[in-house]
Design a protein around this ligand. Structure first.
Ligand SMILES: [Mn+2]
Length: 334
């Protein structure tokens, strides 16, 4: 797969030249998707552009604290010349209404997923970036675009969420210095953002988590663990999908475990699987076997079938993978 060479200049020229923009991100947006849309959108508005920041599912409760988040819309209000996709690895996952594309706007793809195939007419895809927010931060700097405290808060939130609040392997010096500059230059509060995004949960999500954790199991070879959520459990509690997404981290947090899996029966006959790993395994490769993708330490895929069938299939595949890679663990222990 060859990507078009990332072109900062091309993207910067487009941002300056055109007047009407629509910005969107992937389905069920996370902090990086929402933060990137908000930061770039607010900056373009300050530049005098007309911008729709579109979140068709509305604003997740967790991110309701972001300054100016109420400027986002669920439906387009203008016909854009340029559509910018942020933090979205595939064209099919870009959650924007089809009517936006009727007048054939220019599609710009800004992302950091290694699996991104460069679906835009202009692509700024940098898999080495920890977050799309990190790319947007660099873009605003390189282009000398407006920055203020709400924009800085959105960027900090994007970067913080995709690095697990600066704990994951993608937390580089570049990441920390971007975060440090945002805090120092715009007086934003890392503790407030951490409290709202990382520490607060709904009561219902903890009750549901208790049921999900009761299904947790570790493989006989003690190298992987999994748990599941079925329709019956999901129906009992009203929990935002985004809170459920985080449950998977418990599977990979078990000492000695290399891969953690979380099976979610999202609809009858449809199972969504979240993959997490520690340094030894690239789960984006494993998930791609099932048509999914993502990052080396965090990936996802979706499989049609009953929960029982899908779990049996994926766990058998994982068992075979570890059979074939027995020596790696021996090496790690040596
Ligand atoms: Mn991201």
């Amino acid at each position: 797969m060859t990507l078009n060479a990332p072109s900062w200049e091309k993207v910067i020229a487009i941002l300056k030249e055109y007047q009407r923009f629509a910005l969107g991100c992937h389905l069920h947006p996370d902090g990086d998707g929402i933060g990137s849309v908000l930061a770039l959108g607010l900056s373009l508005q300050k530049l005098g552009k007309q911008v729709d920041m579109i979140l068709p599912e509305g604003i997740p409760v967790t991110f309701g604290f972001l300054p100016e988040i109420n400027q986002t819309v669920t439906y387009p209000t203008l016909q854009p010349e340029v559509v910018i996709s942020l933090d979205c690895a595939e064209r099919d996952r870009l959650q924007l209404p089809d009517e936006l594309f009727r007048t054939d706007p220019l599609l710009v793809n800004i992302d950091h997923h290694i699996s991104n195939d460069g679906f835009g007419q202009v692509n700024l895809v940098l898999p080495a970036a920890a977050a799309t927010g990190q790319i947007v931060y660099q873009l605003l700097k390189k282009a000398s675009l407006p920055m203020d405290s709400p924009i800085a808060t959105a960027l900090y939130t994007a970067i913080a969420t995709d690095t697990g609040f600066f704990r994951y392997a993608n937390t580089t010096g570049e990441v920390l210095s971007a975060a440090a500059q945002l805090v120092a230059d715009y007086q934003i509060s890392p503790s407030l953002i951490a409290e709202r995004v990382y520490e607060e949960r709904s009561f219902a999500s903890l009750r549901l988590l208790a049921e999900v954790l009761a299904t947790l199991q570790v493989a006989d070879n003690t190298r992987y663990a999994w748990m599941y959520l079925n329709q019956e459990m999901a129906r009992k509690y009203e929990v935002e999908l985004e809170e459920i997404e985080n449950y998977v981290n418990y599977t990979s947090s078990i000492r000695g475990i290399e891969v953690g899996l979380f099976f979610k029966e999202t609809n009858p006959g449809e199972v969504k699987i979240s993959w997490r790993s520690k340094a030894s395994v690239d789960v984006s490769r494993l998930a791609s076997h099932f048509g999914g993708g993502g990052h080396a330490r965090a990936a996802g895929c979706s499989i049609n079938g009953s929960l029982t069938t899908v779990m049996a299939e994926v766990l058998a595949y994982l068992q075979n993978y570890f059979e074939a890679n027995k020596e790696e663990k021996a090496d790690l222990l040596a």
